[in-house]
Design a protein around this ligand. Structure first.
Ligand code: ZN
Length: 100
């Protein structure tokens, strides 16, 4: 199997309000089966290379991946919140298309 087809499964910890790695070195086709319901508490991200740590809770690349994901998510949510506050519906391109 290709090393490129591995995934990290993250889940949202309601106590800490952070994403944490639940599993790593998960084959892509298996990762789907690990998604919990509701699906928005689970994230599956592409793993660049096989992680050596046996314990996912002590895996540094996983910790980093969870933090990066959390950061990207927070930035996206913040941007959306700002747009709503400014009274501009998100994904509305009419204003930007205002030329001539
Ligand atoms: Zn890992």
């Amino acid at each position: 199997m290709s090393e490129q087809d591995l995934r990290i499964v993250l889940s949202f910890d309601d106590k800490t309000k952070r994403y944490k790695a639940d599993a790593h070195n998960v084959p892509a086709e298996e990762a789907v089966g690990r998604v919990k319901n509701p699906a928005d508490v689970t994230a599956v991200i592409i793993q660049k290379e096989r992680h050596r740590a046996a314990n996912v809770k002590r895996c540094k690349p996983c910790k980093q991946a969870a933090e990066d994901f959390q950061k990207r998510l927070r930035e996206g949510v913040t941007k959306l919140a700002e747009e709503i506050q400014a009274g501009q519906p998100p994904a509305d391109t009419n204003d930007e298309a205002d030329h001539e």
